[in-house]
Ligand binder design. Sequence first.
Ligand SMILES: Nc1nc2c(ncn2[C@@H]2O[C@H](COP(=O)(O)OP(=O)(O)OP(=O)(O)O)[C@@H](O)[C@H]2O)c(=O)[nH]1
Ligand SMILES: [Mg+2]
Length: 364
Amino acid sequence: MRIGIIGLPGSGKTTVFNALTRGSAQSGSFGGNRSANIGVAHVPDGRLDKLTGMFNPKRTVPAEVTYVDLPGVHSADSADLFSGESMGQLQRVDALLHVVRAFDNPSVAHTLGSIDYRRDIEKVNFDVLFADISLLERRIDRIKDGVKGMKAQERVQAAKNIEVLQALQAEMEEGTAARDKSYTEEEILAISDTFLLSKLPLLVALNVGEDDLERSDELDAELGELLTGNKAGGAVLCGRLEEELAQMSPEEEAEMRSGLGAGESGLERMIRLSYSVLGLISFLTVGEDEVRAWTIEEKMTAPQAAGTVHSDIERGFIRAETVGYDDFVAAGSIAKARTDGTLRQEGREYVVQDGDILNFLFSV
Ligand SMILES: Nc1nc2c(ncn2[C@@H]2O[C@H](COP(=O)(O)OP(=O)(O)OP(=O)(O)O)[C@@H](O)[C@H]2O)c(=O)[nH]1
Ligand SMILES: [Mg+2]
């Protein structure tokens, strides 16, 4: 999973990036960092820790999320936010994480003059739509330019595509993001080779100051009201505090958190949110060599899940042996799960569940 971090200048993108990836990229340079920061976060998963204790494997491999922190820009100009390198980076992400400033910091000027997170969310949503509308416009122009050289039949198809793209453009001008729309077959075909930024699932991190953490439940609820639609979600966090905590040892961090009443880590909240908004789950593989978590889409079948491990296993899939995580822990071993009857044999149609421990049988 790859997530692109967007937001107005100085909203705390790099600070949040550092908190999520336990990194130390230069923040506060306000347009200073000219290239993207790319970092990996390990998905915290208590099940993996428990299984590691039981198997004592040579290695434990958590699932990963890659975050891409876009280079800072000087202005809040729509055209500036998604230009050149940024757009190139965004074309390779699975979701957007919009970091919105809600913290008050007199030494950091806000490009729009005041702190107003609702306005900023709207502004960036508009910028994302604007980028898509411009792109559709260019695409329509390109099809129009090519029409002269086309055969009659191609011309009919091109005219149809133009009509569909223009209708989509009109919807966007009314404010509908591509993620919030359902598509006809015809529309899917017409936009199949068009990258639309507003089609990506949207996560919003409301970056509050330390003083606001005690009202984070209230702010969470406010944010939820703004983010309707099943491919969007938001969470409140304090970027600066999370960045500091992320540099500590796990013990120190836990102690500080309980002392501050800071609750679950920002990393965990964002990852949980990413999984739900993107419709993802994890399955697990175990053994003496390796205990590992794998990320897949909900409703994937056993052979598709096998394909994330290796394409050969998908191709030569025979069946999967599986036991749910809780059943496995209750049994204490694979052998016991087998005699308990909780370890099952599943075929090609089996839909993998979150927390399934899987062993694939295959032949190539
Ligand atoms: N008080 C306070 N300051 C913060 C917080 N988060 C970020 N800042 C400060 O705001 C400034 C900008 O933060 P950055 O993380 O660099 O913001 P950015 O969005 O990456 O900025 P650009 O990349 O230049 O667009 C830095 O000086 C941060 O220390 C916060 O939660 N509280
Ligand atoms: Mg930055």
